[in-house]
Write a protein that binds this ligand. Structure first.
Ligand code: F6P
Length: 361
């Protein structure tokens, strides 16, 4: 087998803190194996463009980027190549064009940084098109089961904790209930971690049903005990008590989470007379300067991904388990979804602190 020489790298799906740290680590490690690293623009879109949109990344191009938010390569979280939306409204299969892009570039391997959705698509492309891929997990939602941490999660939590600290000061000044709505799609990991670190009195996540009566009682009890404020964090996918997700459809027809914080705030004020204010953190959680942990994880994942390629170990994802880097088959990684463990240590900790986390079954 000839040694892998030309290696591509792309970021796919929603951006987050730590992506540039991975890219930098890949380029730096590649020197040890005489590999050339080609940064592909805008995820699979770059492979579909003609000429293919990619640039040779040398050590100077990645100098200092580990502290930048976002991704220097750009990314997309739509445009599935197998069902690609065309301007005329039709949907076509453009997978072959992306596969050709890989071969036009003459790549020996491709490093894909993505969450479960992107990894499933890239794996299908790889199998169909004889492409060698190695995956690096990233998602602020942290819902990939095979790794304890994905790139971006810790940064998102850090941003949410900063927000809670600020909200707490103003809550105390004005004697209010402050509600912070955070991202996480269908998983409550950001809400649980930030809620504990930010000292929230109530944490609501999609994995645990809750009672609005109990939420109101808890807030009233705090007030009766002489506390003039409370803070509450709610994950965007928490449903209303009647089981409805709170979503809206924008003018492009995209259905997005958003509004459960406002819904709960209105209900709490109506039922208790307490003044509430709502902050929806949104994409601030994604665009931040990466935390120290995400830079460390990015560095470790980047180095490990290049090492895998040097050993011809393809179709695998690097992962962080028990303070070590390991690698697992991508098929296994995308099959294991990780929701918050209702019986796990973090929920136990929150309950032990006296925080209301819902009605644990
Ligand atoms: O999956 C990551 C995530 O940030 C979710 O937490 C959030 O619901 C979603 O992406 C937002 O996506 P978009 O960037 O398309 O608004």
């Amino acid at each position: 087998m000839t040694k892998p020489k030309r290696v591509g790298i792309l970021t796919s799906g929603g951006d987050c803190g730590g992506l540039n740290a991975v890219i930098r680590a890949v380029v730096r490690r590649a020197r040890d194996y005489d590999m050339e690293i080609y940064g592909i623009k805008e995820a699979t879109q770059g492979l579909m463009s003609r000429p293919v949109e990619a640039e040779l990344l040398d050590i100077k191009k990645v100098s200092g980027i580990l502290r930048y938010g976002g991704t220097i390569l750009g990314t997309v979280n739509k445009g599935n190549p197998f069902a690609y939306p065309m301007p005329d409204g039709s949907v076509i299969d453009r997978s072959q064009e992306m596969i050709e892009g890989y071969h036009i570039l003459g790549l020996d391997a491709l490093i894909v940084i993505g969450g479960d959705g992107s990894l499933a698509i890239l794996r299908k492309l790889a199998q169909q098109g004889n492409m060698n891929i190695v995956a690096v997990p990233k998602t602020i939602d942290n819902d990939l089961g095979a790794t304890e941490n994905s790139i971006g999660f810790n940064t998102a939590v850090t941003v949410a904790v900063e927000a809670l600290d600020r909200l707490t000061y103003t809550a105390i000044s004005h004697s209010r209930v402050m509600i912070l709505e955070v991202m996480g799609r269908d998983a409550g990991h950001i809400a649980v971690s930030a809620g504990i670190a930010g000292g929230c009195h109530i944490i609501l996540i999609p994995e645990i049903p809750y009672s609005l009566d109990e939420v109101c009682d808890r807030l009233m009890n705090r007030a009766l005990k002489g506390f003039n404020f409370s803070t509450m964090i709610v994950a965007e996918a928490v449903k209303t008590p009647s089981g409805e997700p709170v979503k809206y459809t924008n003018s492009l027809g995209q259905s997005l989470y958003g509004g459960i914080g406002q819904y709960l705030g209105d209900e709490i004020s109506r039922r208790t007379g307490m003044e509430t204010r709502i902050t929806t953190l949104g994409h601030v959680q994604r665009g931040s300067t990466p935390s120290a942990l995400d830079r460390i994880l990015g560095a470790a994942f980047g180095v490990a991904a290049v090492d895998l390629i040097s050993q011809y170990k393809y179709d695998r994802m690097v992962a962080w388990v028990n303070r070590e880097i390991i690698d697992v088959p991508i098929s296994e990684a995308i099959a294991q979804y990780r929701a918050v463990d209702v019986n796990g240590s973090l929920i136990h900790t929150a309950v032990g602190l006296g925080t209301y986390v819902g009605e644990i079954p």
